[in-house]
Design a protein around this ligand. Structure first.
Ligand code: SAH
Length: 372
């Protein structure tokens, strides 16, 4: 029997917090005070909530953990633009979170939605490790706030977290309620003491769980959607992304099309370019066809293709496509009028690149810190 893990303050919705405080006989303004400490001042402990009476702080500490992430390692990429944290959760499972900094003000946290992943995509390190469990909403929220705090405390800067992508470990739509709750909580407005991250600054990436896409189309929040395609024929996608056997391309494209029709928002198709596997002209042409089928109206293109050369992972023998092949692939898309971008690979040297997130504690060693 596992001992139940105590709730953390980040697991609570605003209503739950208010309800708890009312139960304890606290005045209603306390909820807002605590919310500010959590989501705006980004405290590291309940004791830092200095405008709360001592007995209330004690009661909070007895009932809740502040958070549940314990840092195991922090790594910095050699170019200084990417940082990765390995966290241990209260039940011992481990997850990774990445910060990507860009020129200008864009500061993006890439957070995990599950410990491990059940989708088993052949080229993805998380897929190779298997599934452990869904993260709670608070564990997702806390990753984002951790990154926000790291930015704030950076030497001589008061940088803000500007973007959030659910592209870390796990399949977000396999943990639908918790990821949406986490997003909502991070979107709470500033005047309510919230973190006030804009919906348009959040992107959820799915392997292509059709029921999730259909449900997501009904959400009011204008959160962005990315669909990991990687292959434009069922024969190839069955191999790379096995969930394709359950939700084949025809159904995936239909769901994405319905999402676009309903929301009129843009969607991106993600494509990891693998040498000699999915970087052929035939695949590019088939992708053009799929993009056309996805757009609900011929006159407006709402689909963007995001290409990324494959990142190396231990359990997969494929290599990143070579430059000439990438160019050839892109030319097919561009000539067909399909907007596409080639993402630069980031944080490869610290295994913080797309699909590389996997807990390798033994290798990294405990409490390893790189100098700032
Ligand atoms: N489960 C979600 C989030 C996964 S990670 C999804 O499938 O979308 C985010 C992106 O990284 C996905 O597009 C995923 O397919 C991609 N990815 C996984 N392994 C990769 C690798 N080794 N190289 C490049 N991209 C990879």
């Amino acid at each position: 029997m596992q001992t139940p893990i105590p709730l953390s303050l980040y697991d609570l919705t605003r209503e739950q917090m208010a309800h708890q405080l009312a139960e304890w006989g606290e005045p209603t303004f306390r909820a807002q005070q605590i919310w500010r400490w959590l989501y705006q001042r980004l405290v590291g402990s309940i004791d830092e909530m200095t405008d709360l009476p001592r007995p209330l702080r004690d009661r909070l500490k007895q009932t809740y953990a502040l958070g549940r992430l314990t840092i195991v390692t922090e790594q910095h990429s050699s170019d200084g633009w990417t940082r990765k944290w390995l966290f241990r959760l209260a039940d011992g499972s481990e997850i990774e979170t990445v910060l990507m900094e860009y020129d200008g003000l864009r500061r993006t946290a890439c957070v995990s939605s599950q410990a491990g992943c059940a989708m088993d995509c052949s080229f993805c390190a998380t897929g190779q490790m298997g599934f452990l469990r869904n993260l709670r909403s608070g564990e997702i929220v806390e990753q984002a706030l951790w990154v926000a705090r790291a930015l704030r405390t950076k030497a001589n800067s008061h940088e803000r977290l500007s973007n959030l992508v659910l592209m870390g470990m796990g399949e977000p739509f396999a943990n639908y309620n918790n990821i949406m709750e986490a997003a909502q909580r991070l979107m709470a407005p500033e005047d309510e003491g919230g973190f006030s991250l804009g919906a348009r600054k959040i992107t959820i990436s799915t392997v292509g769980l059709v029921p999730g896409i259909r449900r997501f189309a009904e959400e009011a929040a204008q959160i962005n959607l990315a669909v990991s395609l990687h292959a434009a024929t069922d024969a190839l996608r069955d191999q790379l992304v096995p969930i394709n056997r359950r939700y084949p391309l025809r159904e995936l494209v239909a769901a994405t099309r319905d999402y676009l029709r309903k929301t009129n928002r843009r969607v991106s198709y993600e494509w990891a370019l693998i040498d000699g596997v999915n970087d052929t002209v035939e695949q590019a042409r088939a992708l053009v066809e799929l993009v056309r089928q996805t757009n609900p109206r011929a006159s407006v293109n709402l689909v963007h293709v995001n290409l990324i050369p494959l990142n190396p992972t231990g359990g997969y023998a494929g290599h990143a496509s070579r430059r000439a092949r990438i160019q050839q692939f892109r030319d097919v898309l561009t000539q067909a009028g399909i907007p596409n971008t080639l993402r630069i690979r980031r944080g490869i040297d610290i295994s913080a690149g797309c699909g590389q997130l996997k807990a390798e504690t033994a290798q990294a060693g405990p409490e390893k810190q790189t100098s700032e």
